[in-house]
Design a protein around this ligand. Structure first.
Ligand code: HEC
Length: 116
C-alpha cells in the first residue's frame, strides 16, 4: 500500500512538471538564456552559425565566425562549453549534462525538415 501511494505521488508530480514546461521549452530556454549570453546571439536562431564581427590585423580583415552548431554532437557541445581550446570570444558556460542534452533536443527540433 505504501509503495503504491509513493508511486502515485511520483507519477503525478512528474505529470505536473511536464505540463508546466516541456523538453522543447526547456531546451529553448537554455539556448536563449543559458545563465549567460544566449547561444542564439552568436550561433544564430537555428544554430546555423553567423559572422559575428571582424577586426583589422596587418591590414587584413579577420572575421570572427560562430560556427554552425545545429548538428553538433553531445561531446562537441560539452567540450566547447567547458574546454574550448580555440576560444576567442565564446564565453565559458557551466551547464549540466542534462542541460546540454536539452539544448541538443531543441536544436534538433527547430531544424527538423529544414535539411540544414
Ligand atoms: C559571444 C558569442 C558566442 C556565444 C554567446 C556562444 N558561442 Fe559558441 N562559439 C563562438 C565562437 C566565436 C566559436 C568558435 C571558437 C571560438 O572562437 O571560441 C564557438 C564555438 C562553439 C562550438 C564549437 C563548434 C565547432 O564546430 O568548432 C560549439 C559546439 C558552440 N560554440 C556551442 C555554443 C553553445 C551551446 C552556446 C550557448 C550555451 C554558445 N556556443 C554560445 C561564439 C559564441
Amino acid at each position: 500500500m505504501k509503495k503504491t501511494l509513493f508511486a502515485l505521488l511520483f507519477v503525478s508530480s512528474f505529470a505536473a512538471a511536464e505540463s508546466f514546461i516541456n523538453s522543447f521549452e526547456y531546451g529553448e530556454m537554455l539556448y536563449k538564456n543559458p545563465r549567460g549570453v544566449g547561444c542564439d546571439k552568436c550561433h544564430g536562431k537555428y544554430g546555423e552559425g553567423m559572422n559575428i564581427g571582424s577586426y583589422q590585423k596587418n591590414n587584413k580583415t579577420i572575421k570572427i565566425v560562430a560556427p554552425k552548431i545545429s548538428k553538433s554532437s553531445f561531446n562537441d557541445i560539452k567540450n566547447s562549453l567547458k574546454f574550448n581550446k580555440k576560444r576567442s570570444v565564446m564565453p565559458e558556460y557551466f551547464l549540466t549534462d542534462s542541460e546540454i542534452e536539452a539544448l541538443i533536443y531543441y536544436l534538433k527540433k527547430i531544424n527538423e525538415g529544414s535539411g540544414g
